[in-house]
Design a protein around this ligand. Structure first.
Ligand SMILES: Nc1nc2c(ncn2[C@@H]2O[C@H](COP(=O)(O)OP(=O)(O)OP(=O)(O)O)[C@@H](O)[C@H]2O)c(=O)[nH]1
Ligand SMILES: [Zn+2]
Length: 318
């Protein structure tokens, strides 16, 4: 976790010798309410943003580190928001350290197309990520070689892969190890076991996919509350899944997609804006032909490229 402070006089000593600033982590955020964890006090208090902060249009999200001071025994004023190093949208979570991308072998069946789409989103945010293949108890003996082939493919790309089963407990110790001391967001398609994993780590926890409607000063808003749950092993886990849409979202532009397949970046093409489809002297296509880039990856790339192109055409005003 980041230990430095940017552009602030955090911790400045005032004339009476007391320390002004204190750091807090926003662990719950809804339209109506902000809860702040104070590491120095080992407790969670209510956070009230200072009027100046709101006037400046400063937004506050779960995962934000804020500078606070007590105004009541269980209440702090939020004076400033520290610079965040990333912000995941929908629902917003700031300063995410790691994405745990969960897939299953069966129920639902493993889809490398879905996984590659999710990995592209992870790359877009430049987030560290681990890939979890859950429900390993459902892999039949004769399916093992096939599953091992996929594991090897993603490991070759540099993504750490863990094989787990919430049913048998296989691989969970290693997963907890990987989630320790971070702000982790679980992502993955519906039904793969994200909620079961969270519940195995934090008994009683469940992943919230519901939206709550809240009354604010400006009328009713539909917002999703985001809460960070304390990982008993250290760190935090968001109680809402990341990348809820398995489709590539609209912020992935057609020019961006080639950069989101990490192994493509090592190759040079004749054209800087090469889409790696039918351009001459395409380094990526040559690498596919030589077997250096897996054809399974290139195929999903073509699928997502086509899907992105069609979406952009639909969006264009006619
Ligand atoms: N056999 C087996 N079943 C599992 C495993 N993990 C989860 N399940 C089951 O799979 C089903 C879906 O699990 P959830 O944890 O709800 O999946 P999810 O990813 O949170 O799904 P959404 O909430 O729809 O996003 C449940 O019936 C779980 O009991 C596993 O490792 N093995
Ligand atoms: Zn190319």
């Amino acid at each position: 976790m980041r230990q430095t402070f940017h552009g602030s006089n955090f911790g400045a000593t005032s004339s009476d010798g007391t320390v002004d600033g204190m750091r807090g982590l926003v662990v719950a955020r809804s339209a109506m309410r902000i809860e702040v964890w104070l590491p120095e006090h080992h407790r969670i208090v209510l956070g009230i943003p200072r009027g100046k902060l709101l006037k400046q249009g400063e937004r506050i999200y779960a995962g934000d580190w804020v500078q606070v001071r007590f105004v009541a025994p269980n209440e702090v004023a939020i004076d400033a928001v520290e610079e965040r190093h990333n912000l995941l949208p929908q629902p917003p979570v700031a300063n995410v350290d790691k994405i745990v991308l969960v897939m299953s072998w069966r129920q639902p069946d493993f889809s490398n197309l879905t996984l590659d789409g999710l990995l592209a989103q992870v790359e877009f945010f430049e987030l560290p990520c681990i890939v979890v293949f859950n429900k390993m108890d459902l892999v039949r003996k004769r399916e093992r070689p096939k599953s091992e082939k996929w594991v090897a493919l993603y490991e070759r790309l540099g993504y750490p892969v863990l094989l787990t089963s919430v049913e048998t407990g296989e691989g969970l110790e290693r997963l907890w190890e990987a989630m320790r001391g971070n702000l982790v967001v679980l992502a993955g398609p519906s039904g793969v076991g994200k909620s079961s994993i969270l519940n195995a780590l934090i008994p009683g926890a469940s992943l919230r996919t519901d939206e709550v409607s809240e009354k604010t000063g400006r009328g009713r808003h539909v917002t999703t509350e985001v809460r960070l749950l304390p990982n008993p092993q250290g760190g935090w886990v968001a109680d809402t899944p990341g990348f809820q849409k398995v489709d590539l979202p609209e912020w992935v532009a057609i020019e961006t997609l080639p950069h989101l397949y990490r192994e493509f970046r090592a190759y040079r093409c004749e054209f800087n804006d090469c889409t790696h489809t039918n351009e001459p002297k395409c380094g990526v296509r040559e690498a596919v032909e030589r077997g250096e880039i897996a054809k399974e990856r290139y195929e999903t790339y073509l699928f997502w490229l086509d899907a992105t192109r069609r979406r952009e055409e639909e969006e264009e005003p006619s």
